[in-house]
Design a binder for this molecule. Structure first.
Ligand SMILES: Cc1cc2nc3c(=O)[nH]c(=O)nc-3n(C[C@H](O)[C@H](O)[C@H](O)COP(=O)(O)OP(=O)(O)OC[C@H]3O[C@@H](n4cnc5c(N)ncnc54)[C@H](O)[C@@H]3O)c2cc1C
Length: 517
């Protein structure tokens, strides 16, 4: 370290993770005792440039950084995301279940903090889907409605929402804001070497064009290169490919047929024999891609599946004009995330397939965690590092269990799906919970830490969306519960009547903006 107190934070990497780190840190100088922030990015190593789905947490993140929602929506081609829809995850297509789908909306089931409504829904599971019964947001998704109207100001909402965005434009907006408004020092140069002090803490990085840059805390946002955490400190990535097999993606940007085409209010995830296809609606285009496992699928096979999907969903497309990107990743996360005075955030910390879009939220959570326990002095680092590691490991493990849930409940029959259901391919904690949930419904006590990544509500949406019903008899609804259900349906109808579509609200924001807060 250059000094024993932390006066200078150096971030390596200018992708979404690097600029989100710079923004959240520089916007909250009271949490870092006014530490200076420098971001170094290589002109030779491109950013990943994918990652189009965020969580509702992004609203608070942008607000904290000081970016208005209007500016964000205008500059990032962003749209509103109200959850995910899973198509064809339960059965093979040829089982006559062509329209089978379920939602995992961002809003909690009605009355969730006071009452577990799931056991009362079981009696009517054939009549109405779980998410339709307990969340009015599902109706908004069905009709591609916005989560609010032009009468609401920046970040205000009727239904909980995150965003779909253009990752390249997002990094550019953050960069511009961090440099112009938050005084972040930006250096464009490749980091060639790393210099340690006597305690093996990093004291400086050697850049190709700007000499030595000294610092006290180094944040590794260099993506899968792991320039500090892996190349310098040799902290291993713990592969999770025995649980979640996907390690490849092919992705394409698809223009809309016309300016009136509906913009989806959710990420659509459609199951395939060897993976799944995401479909995301931005303002000016769709982002569509297939995630798959190289053990079960070839690149050409994945491209063929992607093209077949595109042909089914949009007829006018000239497929020959589309450029398909190929992406590779190793599903896994680091053995340690904080080593000496180096913290890995973003892809350098790990990545598991984009189902449920948990990467950017992990960036946000890691930064919130770091800033809530900021190491003002070198002596505090080992203890804080240990805490940070424990918390981050916990989160990765919960993410893996939740993603795996989507696969183990499926009855799809291809080799890929069968392998997912093999007894040794699921985490023990998930198997135990699934056993328990045959006799009781997931609820508040199942995941009781502050800031759980996926709450028991998320488990309910997936379990009951995939019709994985418990073995205990359905409960008869008391009058109070019927009242809740009725209220939820009424809210849905009122919401439907009043709210604009996603496209209408986005067009309005482009023209007139939202009221600033
Ligand atoms: C197929 C796919 C789909 C995804 N979908 C989603 C999604 O829907 N939602 C979501 O939240 N996430 C998603 N992600 C993850 C998301 O893309 C990443 O979390 C996000 O882009 C952050 O990446 P990053 O900034 O960590 O790394 P990168 O974008 O790779 O940036 C790395 C930076 O480090 C710099 N760098 C590297 N080496 C050096 C060096 N030696 N010196 C200086 N600089 C260096 C590079 O120049 C670059 O600026 C997806 C990922 C994939 C692969």
């Amino acid at each position: 370290m250059a000094t024993s107190t932390v006066n200078h934070i150096v971030i390596i990497g200018g992708g979404s993770a690097g600029w989100l780190s710079a923004g959240l840190i520089a916007a909250q100088p009271h949490l870092t005792h006014n530490a200076k922030v420098t971001l170094i990015e290589s002109p030779n190593v491109p950013t990943l440039g994918v990652g189009e789905g965020t969580w509702p947490t992004m609203r608070q993140t942008l607000k904290t950084i000081g970016i208005s929602e209007t500016q964000f929506i205008r500059q990032c081609d962003a749209s509103f995301k109200q959850g995910s829809r899973f198509d064809g995850w339960s059965h093979d297509e040829n089982e006559g279940q062509a329209n089978e789908h379920y939602y995992h909306p961002f809003s909690l089931p009605v009355a969730y903090q006071n009452l577990n409504i799931a056991p009362y829904w079981f009696a009517q599971h054939d009549a109405v889907s779980f998410s339709h019964a307990v969340s009015s947001q599902t109706y908004l998704c069905d009709h591609n409605k916005a989560p609010k109207s032009h009468l609401h100001s920046d970040y205000q909402t009727v239904a909980n929402y995150g965003y779909h965005l253009d990752a390249g434009k997002f990094a550019q907006l953050l960069q511009q804001h961090c440099i112009d408004k938050l005084n972040v020092n930006h250096i464009i140069s490749h980091v060639d070497d790393v210099i340690n002090d006597d305690d093996n803490y990093i004291s400086a990085v050697q850049t190709r064009d700007h000499g030595l840059i000294t610092g006290d805390l180094f944040i590794d946002c260099s993506g899968h290169h792991g320039r500090l955490i892996e190349q310098h400190y040799k902290v291993a990535l713990q592969s999770q490919d025995h649980i979640l097999f996907n390690d490849r993606a092919v992705a394409v940007q698809v223009p809309y047929a016309n300016n009136e085409q509906e913009i989806l209010s959710y990420t659509k995830a459609t199951a395939q024999d060897t993976g799944w296809i995401w479909d995301i609606g931005l303002q000016s285009r769709r982002g569509v891609g297939m995630v798959y496992s190289s053990k079960f699928e070839t690149t050409q096979g994945a491209k063929d599946k992607l093209i077949s999907y595109l042909n089914k969903t949009q007829s006018h497309l000239s497929l020959a004009e589309l450029t398909i990107r190929e992406l590779k990743f190793t599903p896994g996360y680091r053995e340690h995330f904080w080593h000496k005075n180096c913290i890995a955030i973003g892809m350098s910390a790990g990545f598991i397939e984009p189902l449920e879009a948990s990467a950017l939220v992990m960036v946000e959570l890691s930064l919130n965690n770091l800033l809530a326990n900021f190491p003002t002095h070198k002596n505090a680092m080992p203890q804080l590092a240990q805490r940070f590691d424990q918390q981050t490991h916990y989160r990765w493990q919960r993410i893996i269990e939740f993603l795996k849930l989507h696969y183990v409940l499926s009855k799809r029959t291809s080799e890929y799906w069968q392998a997912h259901r093999a007894p040794n391919a699921a985490p023990r904690a998930l198997i135990d919970n699934l056993t328990l949930w045959q006799y009781q419904s997931p609820w508040l006590n199942d995941f009781d830490r502050a800031q759980e990544v996926f709450s028991s509500a998320s488990y309910q949406y997936v379990l009951y969306g995939m019709k994985h019903l418990p073995q205990f008899p359905a409960m008869k609804m008391p009058a109070a519960v019927i009242e809740h259900f009725t209220k939820s349906q009424q809210e849905a109808k009122q919401g439907l009547a009043k709210l604009p579509t996603n496209r209408q609200l986005l067009n309005h924001i482009q023209k007139f903006g939202l009221q600033p807060i």
